[in-house]
Design a protein around this ligand. Structure first.
Ligand code: NAP
Length: 309
């Protein structure tokens, strides 16, 4: 039996493994894809304190090697179920079954995608899902933000300070983000609201993002309607249409909010004693590399404390 099984080998999970192995616990990290989580998609991370301009894949590799060097076992198997036992948990993967006294869930979240052709190819080449991560690359440039929630509104406000012009494209006339924030964004002289409209095509140029084709929508429902498509050229596109926590496997096991995020405060304790949650899959208002690693440290520290009860 392992002391701790960490589910997910992103920044939160690997940091949890580092802290837990240093506290002399027997740790297994299980990961269904590759190690590193979302950070492997960032060519350059410029907001992680003390590591200015580190590449995302290099950062992930360093974390992975650190966790292994400290004694964490890392298995590349997707977890399909977690069952509560009398004294711990059974963690079922595609290939095997493991037992642990404590579980740390660190499965992250995925940005919701537009689902358009070329979206994957243009990611990191002008198309981004994270304004805080990549906004600085678009200094004095024209960019598009897509979405109508608080993330899109915050992104538009943030980018307006850096970029020459921000087009805020939303599929409905009404924005679902906070009214006060919307009013603030609307008042910015370099933000132009383009709504209702939907991005129906991504335009590349020399392998980079160069603009979009916008189609008409019904302002109330956001559904596409017949109308003349229009081109909107810009150097950057920030897609901010929500994100999806990777938490399906834990449905019915721990409490989640209406969007599927696992409910916990900064102490990373879930509704089930012995199960902790760290990083983007947890309910929190800021989802960044620095908050993921901080959560990993906190979840492991709380998990280690659980052994003394
Ligand atoms: P969200 O509230 O779910 O909004 C997503 C937006 O994207 C909606 O306006 C939606 O349009 C639009 N959308 C979804 N799919 C689309 C598609 N395929 N094409 C075009 N548009 C699409 O997501 P979020 O803004 O990321 O916010 C998530 C949660 O975090 C919210 O509860 C939010 O309040 C919270 N949040 C809080 C803060 C903060 O307080 N600091 C900051 C950011 C986010 P419709 O409106 O038509 O559905």
């Amino acid at each position: 039996m392992y002391d701790i099984v960490v589910i997910g080998a992103g920044a939160a999970g690997l940091t949890a493994a580092i802290y837990a192995t240093r506290a002399e616990k027997k740790v297994l990290v299980l990961e269904g894809k590759t190690y590193g989580g979302q950070i492997i998609n960032s060519l350059s991370v410029e907001n992680y304190p003390g590591m200015y301009k580190v590449s995302g894949p290099d950062f992930a590799k360093a974390l992975y090697e650190q966790a292994k060097e400290l004694g964490a076992e890392i298995g590349f198997e997707a977890v399909t179920k977690v069952n509560k036992l009398e004294n711990g948990f059974e963690i079922v993967t595609e290939d095997d079954k493991y037992e642990a006294k404590v579980v740390i869930i660190a499965t992250g979240s995925e940005y919701r995608k537009l689902g358009l052709p070329l979206e994957k190819e243009l990611e990191g080449k002008g198309l981004s899902y994270c304004a805080t991560c990549d906004g600085a690359f678009f200094k004095d440039k024209e960019v598009i933000v897509n979405g109508g929630g608080n993330t899109a509104l915050y992104d538009a406000e943030y980018l307006a300070r850096i970029c020459k012009k921000v087009y805020l494209v939303h599929r409905r006339s009404e924005f679902r983000g906070d009214k006060a924030l919307f009013d603030r964004v609307k008042a910015l002289s370099n933000v132009e609201i383009v709504a209702p409209a939907v991005i129906s095509e991504l335009l590349p140029e020399d392998g980079k993002f160069a603009g979009v084709v916008l189609s008409s929508t019904d302002g109330e429902t956001g559904d596409a309607i017949l109308g003349e498509p229009k081109e909107l050229r810009a150097e950057g596109l920030f897609v901010a249409i929500g994100s999806k926590p990777s938490s399906e496997v834990f449905e019915g096991l721990v409490e989640m909010d209406e969007n599927g995020y696992i409910v916990a405060s900064e102490d990373c304790k879930t509704s089930v004693p012995g199960i902790f949650v760290a990083g983007d899959v947890r309910t929190s208002s800021l989802k960044q590399l620095v908050t993921a690693t901080a959560d990993g440290a906190r979840a492991a520290t709380e998990a280690v404390k659980a052994f003394s009860y």
